[in-house]
Design a binder for this molecule. Structure first.
Ligand SMILES: Nc1ncnc2c1ncn2[C@@H]1O[C@H](COP(=O)(O)OP(=O)(O)OP(=O)(O)O)[C@@H](O)[C@H]1O
Ligand SMILES: Nc1ccn([C@@H]2O[C@H](COP(=O)(O)O)[C@@H](O)[C@H]2O)c(=O)n1
Length: 666
């Protein structure tokens, strides 16, 4: 996951490959609660690992459920409908799929078995309405205290209190379908007689109720229904664990890759695994909307394949009540259409993680789009004149994921712009590795992928600076010195004459090099520590003098230019390997300072060293690097010079990030 303040997406051009979706959030949290309410163990497989499921799992543990991992399954040892903890404070983050059903379940359990439970969340959760559910539960006889504003969390659920189950339980269905879901999940716990739930108003997001009913059936509860107006939980209903449940992929998360296929998969389609024609989730019908906009979609039982059909996409007008979450993706696809796209019946967007109608309209306008909005609709015009924009994400995972599709603007304009996604880690709510997954299936022109080069003499702090800048920007890092070091080491082990450039260059293609978790492997051997030895640095500087060796390592270095960007450190990054780099830094420090730092570095690793001979070695290495004919160490003409002799690491990093920001269009 990119845990950084912003992630810059360079212009993207194409898409191809296969995506395996994370588990559905809606199914995951329902299954966890159902398993917790059932008797016995449930093995939950393919569970979504995300913020929303983490808060649900924490809550279940606090309530006394057994929760543990066994292989690839999360095992829930359920309560069998009997409270083990009679008091608890549950923090539920911004997870509506935890807050609403747990409120209902704990309200009826406290009523029948006694207890006191407080449920709370992040500030935004305290702005998301729950009053209709609370009213329904109070109507039933549950004792619920408002601990903040009436109608919103936080709440206290107390008992015992008498429940009146003979009259129908009435609940509004036109604000959030989660209120009805919450009652459907909670009331089987007290179904000594038939319990009738009546929906007031037009029920929205019906597909989510279908998920609830299907999962209830898997846990032994056969709800009868009269259209979408009334639901009857039969007397004697009792939760029975099915033993094992597989969570299907998240259909709402699929929408970004369906959109991606429609926009950018011009050759082979994007294959999306985990949802398909047999999916329980209503959001899978997003493919119909995408097809109406021109996508070519094929489906299998649990997969989708999507490629570009009509181009530009076709503007559509669509009632999106049945796909409330996935439909947000259409607003960004609309930028690539031939006419306006109007989405209607989406009032529920206003009470989600943020006011999503306002959020999408505001951020689309930053890109230059013309957007109109009403209480329950949004209209987006196609965009020709794109502006580079810093997209605020409102702690809403879907806003962040939707706007990644804006990075394909180069497919409709000559004046391509990058897109900055602020707080990209908000995707942790449902899809922690969203951006990594995206980068695995999209293509960009190498020239569009930004590079920062950091060159300079030995021990000036290049590697340290490159790592920190890479971390701050979410960029790949290339330690090009490691490639020369590994070549020198392999040449020495092979008994080669290090002055024979051709012979040393010839072993480069035979090196079985891999880079994993910051370690360098030669075949199966982790050579990282060996590479950092001073003696290996000297071998490196000997082999690095040969033009043939440099040529042999050229492509290997270019291959590090990967999304979303690269920080490359070495001696010739800015002058020879990445001459088009957006920012070039030449980092120096006095020889005395560098020798002192290297000395400290070695001592801290338990390696004894003499500061004077270290200084002699590094000066000798610098001389060789500066005076060789092949790509000598010298600042690129357009490099920023940074002498960090008197700077802390943090100050050097801030300086480079400052220069970087000056070169950005945001
Ligand atoms: N600005 C700084 N202030 C103090 N110490 C620093 C600074 N920058 C780097 N160092 C320290 O100096 C040592 C050498 O840094 P580093 O290994 O990053 O240098 P390098 O230029 O990559 O070296 P090499 O050329 O051998 O690859 C490290 O221990 C690092 O923590
Ligand atoms: N781009 C580069 C990087 C390194 N070298 C040579 O390798 C030696 C070791 O490099 P470190 O950065 O790991 O110390 C270095 O002394 C150079 O001779 C190079 O030529 N070009």
């Amino acid at each position: 996951m990119f845990k950084i303040p912003f992630l810059d997406l360079p212009p993207l051009r194409g898409a191809t490959g296969t995506v395996r979706l994370p588990g559905s959030k809606s199914i995951s949290n329902r299954v966890l609660l159902l398993a917790a309410l059932s008797e016995g163990k449930t093995f939950v497989r393919d569970l979504l690992a995300s913020d929303d499921t983490a808060v649900m799992l924490d809550a279940l543990r606090t309530l006394g459920c057994g929760v543990w991992r066994e292989g690839d399954a999360v095992v829930i040892d359920g309560l069998g409908g009997k409270l083990r903890a009679k008091e608890a404070q549950l923090f539920l983050g911004n997870a509506g799929t935890a807050m609403r059903p747990l409120t209902a379940a704990l309200a009826v359990l406290a009523a029948t078995q006694g207890g006191s439970f407080e449920v709370s969340g992040v500030p935004r959760m305290h702005e998301r309405p729950i009053g209709d559910l609370v009213d329904a539960l109070r109507g039933l006889g549950c004792a619920i205290d408002d601990l903040g504003n009436a109608g919103y969390p936080p709440l206290r659920l107390r008992g015992p209190s008498a429940l009146a189950l003979d009259a129908p339980v009435k609940v509004r269905g036109d604000v959030s379908s989660q209120f009805l879901t919450a009652l459907l999940l909670a009331l089987p716990l007290v179904a000594e007689r038939d319990i009738r739930i009546e929906v007031i108003g037009e029920l929205i997001s019906k597909p989510y109720i279908e998920i609830t009913l299907a999962l209830l059936a898997r846990f032994g509860i056969a709800v009868k229904r009269e259209g979408w107006e009334a639901f009857i939980i039969p007397a004697g209903s009792r939760y029975v664990s099915p033993g094992e449940v597989f969570v299907e992929g998240d259909a709402s998360s699929a929408s970004y890759f369906v959109g991606l296929g429609a926009i950018a998969a011009t050759g082979t389609p994007i294959r999306i695994e985990g949802v398909g024609s047999e999916s329980l989730q209503g959001d899978v019908r997003f493919i119909e909307a995408a097809a109406a906009m021109g996508a070519e979609v094929k489906t299998g039982p649990n997969w989708l394949e999507v490629r570009r059909g009509a181009w530009p996409l076709k503007g559509i007008t669509l009632d999106c009540n049945h796909i409330p979450d996935a439909a947000m993706t259409l607003t960004v696809m609309a930028l690539y259409a031939d006419g306006p796209t109007t989405l209607t019946n989406i009032a529920s967007w206003r009470v989600k993680e943020t006011d999503r109608i306002a959020a999408m309209a505001t951020e689309l306008r930053k890109l230059g789009a013309t957007v109109d909005e009403g209480p329950d609709w949004i209209r987006v015009e196609p965009l020709k004149d794109w502006k580079a924009a810093s997209i605020h994400t409102y702690d809403d995972h879907r806003v962040a994921m939707c706007f990644s599709l804006a990075a394909f603007n180069g497919l409709v304009t000559e004046n391509t712009v990058p897109v900055r996604i602020l707080e990209p880690h908000c995707v942790a709510k449902t899809f922690p590795d969203y951006f990594e997954t995206l980068f695995g299936v999209v293509t960009a022109n190498a020239a569009d992928i930004p590079v920062i080069t950091i060159d300079g003499p030995t021990a000036s702090g290049k590697g340290t600076l490159a790592d920190e800048v890479g971390k701050a920007l979410g960029f790949e890092v290339l330690d090009s010195g490691a490639l020369y070091r590994v070549t020198g080491l392999a040449a020495r082990r092979a008994g080669l004459d290090l002055d024979n450039g051709d012979a040393v260059a010839a072993i480069v293609p035979t090196l079985k090099l891999s880079f994993r978790d910051g370690h360098v492997f030669l075949g199966d051997e982790d050579v990282s520590a060996r590479l950092r030895a001073e003696a290996t640095g000297l071998l490196a500087s000997q082999v690095a003098a040969h033009a043939q060796v440099r040529q042999a390592l050229n492509q290997l270095q270019l291959d590090f230019r990967r999304l979303p960007g690269l920080v490359a450190d070495g001696r010739d990054m800015g002058t020879a390997i990445f001459p088009d780099a957006t920012l070039k830094v030449f980092l120096t420090a006095s020889a005395a300072t560098r020798a002192e730092r290297r000395h400290k570095q070695l001592i801290s690793k338990g390696i004894s060293a003499n500061i004077n001979s270290l200084r002699e070695d590094l000066e000798a290495r610098d001389e060789r690097d500066k005076n060789r004919s092949a790509s000598p160490l010298t600042p690129a003409q357009d490099a920023q010079l940074l002498d960090n002799s008197a700077l802390t690491i943090e100050a050097s990093v801030d300086q480079v990030l400052g220069w970087w920001q000056q070169r950005r269009p945001f």
